[in-house]
Design a protein around this ligand. Structure first.
Ligand code: COA
Length: 331
């Protein structure tokens, strides 16, 4: 099989996690749960929670600043700025425009994409497309999530699962290096939207006293259904992205999956035929930060030397929409 020629490569990454660590025991003091329940069902021990005055744009700008420094680029050199977030600071304008103002990257076209936890992979593909079309030389792809702002802190079935954080990646054309995005596969199924969603507070059911009283603006989830769909769709996406990249499971040096639940990660890796030694896990420390999990995990993997030059890295994610996707990267 002819190996795909990558169009765009990740030249630098960055991450930002708020300082405030909230442990399972801390949560057990404010709701009917326990460290034992959370750890055995999810693998999560603690998560970071951003302060009230730190929003998604702030989180994202901090991660991006690190990625830009590592890439040796000035903000003015960015042509395309794509931000994925399920927790925009405000409904208008986009969080990307707010981040653009913070970074002072005045020459960029800036816009948000909404694909929940799969958002970073969709964002990378979107940036890849812009670069492929010759619309620029430098793309900055950010995932910024303040999940704590949309959780129902009285609902133990969701509140214990999520955390706040941001990750960023700088993409440039590959220029024949052989490194970059080898393949990707993205999919969605809107029929299953109500398995994981915020029912109210938008255009159809604008913010009102009844929305607030009933918490319709907060995250609702059918955990078991999500679990089943997550494993099936991530395993399938991995298979397709591997095939398109001309890889078998043995070719994968590291799997960087969405960090929602250790049991979902283990089941996905098993279906994909990738042993757990080759799977990056940090869900224990951060919980589910929606689209920010993949770029944060990738950044940590690079820092730890687990995704060094020429490593074959498979990333895979799943989230509300439902959306899912996988991307094969040669680092
Ligand atoms: N602490 C203690 N008990 C809890 C709890 C908590 N935080 N949350 C739920 N429970 C209880 C339930 O009320 C239920 O009690 P019951 O049997 O008396 O009714 C019991 O634990 C089992 O609940 P169940 O929902 O069947 O547990 P589960 O094994 O399916 O695990 C999840 C629940 C949420 C951990 C699991 O379904 C999951 O991870 N789903 C995927 C979620 C996800 O990743 N979403 C984001 C995708 S991007």
């Amino acid at each position: 099989m002819i190996k795909p020629t990558p169009i765009a490569e990740i030249v630098a990454t960055g991450r930002f996690l708020p300082d405030n660590v909230v442990t399972n025991d801390d949560l057990a003091e404010r709701m009917d749960t326990s460290d034992e329940w959370i750890r055995t069902r999810t693998g999560i021990s603690e998560r970071r929670i951003a302060p009230d005055d730190m929003g998604a744009a702030d989180l994202g700008a901090r991660a991006a600043t690190i990625a830009l420094q590592r890439a040796g680029l000035e903000p003015g050199e960015i042509d395309i700025l794509v931000v994925s977030t399920a927790t925009p600071d405000r409904w208008l304008p986009s969080t990307a425009c707010d981040i653009q103002a913070l970074l002072k990257c005045d020459n960029a076209v800036a816009f948000d994409i909404m694909a929940a936890c799969t958002g970073h992979l969709y964002g990378l593909s979107m940036a890849e497309g812009y670069l492929a079309a010759g619309r620029g030389e430098v793309a900055l792809v950010i995932a910024a999530e303040k999940m704590s702002a949309i959780l129902d802190w009285n609902d133990r079935t969701t509140a214990v699962l999520f955390g706040d954080g941001a990750g960023a990646a700088v993409l440039r054309p590959s220029n024949g290096s052989g490194r970059g995005i080898l393949s990707s596969h993205h999919q969605s199924d809107g029929k299953l939207a109500e398995l994981l969603y915020r029912p109210g507070g938008g255009a159809l059911d604008p913010i009102s006293q009844s929305v607030l009283d009933e918490g319709r603006h907060l995250l609702k989830m059918q955990g078991r259904e999500i679990f089943k769909n997550a494993v099936r769709s991530m395993a399938e996406a991995c298979d397709i992205a591997m095939q398109k990249a001309g890889w078998t499971a043995n070719d994968v040096d590291l799997l960087v999956p969405h960090q929602a639940n250790i049991r979902i990660i283990e089941a996905t890796a098993k279906y994909a035929g990738i042993p757990m030694e080759k799977v990056f896990v940090n869900v224990d420390r951060y919980g589910n930060m929606s689209s920010a999990t993949v770029p944060i995990a990738l950044d940590e993997a690079i820092e730890q030397g687990r995704a060094g030059p020429d490593a074959n890295v498979m990333t895979v994610a799943f989230g509300a929409g439902l959306t899912w996707g996988a991307m094969a990267l040669r680092m």
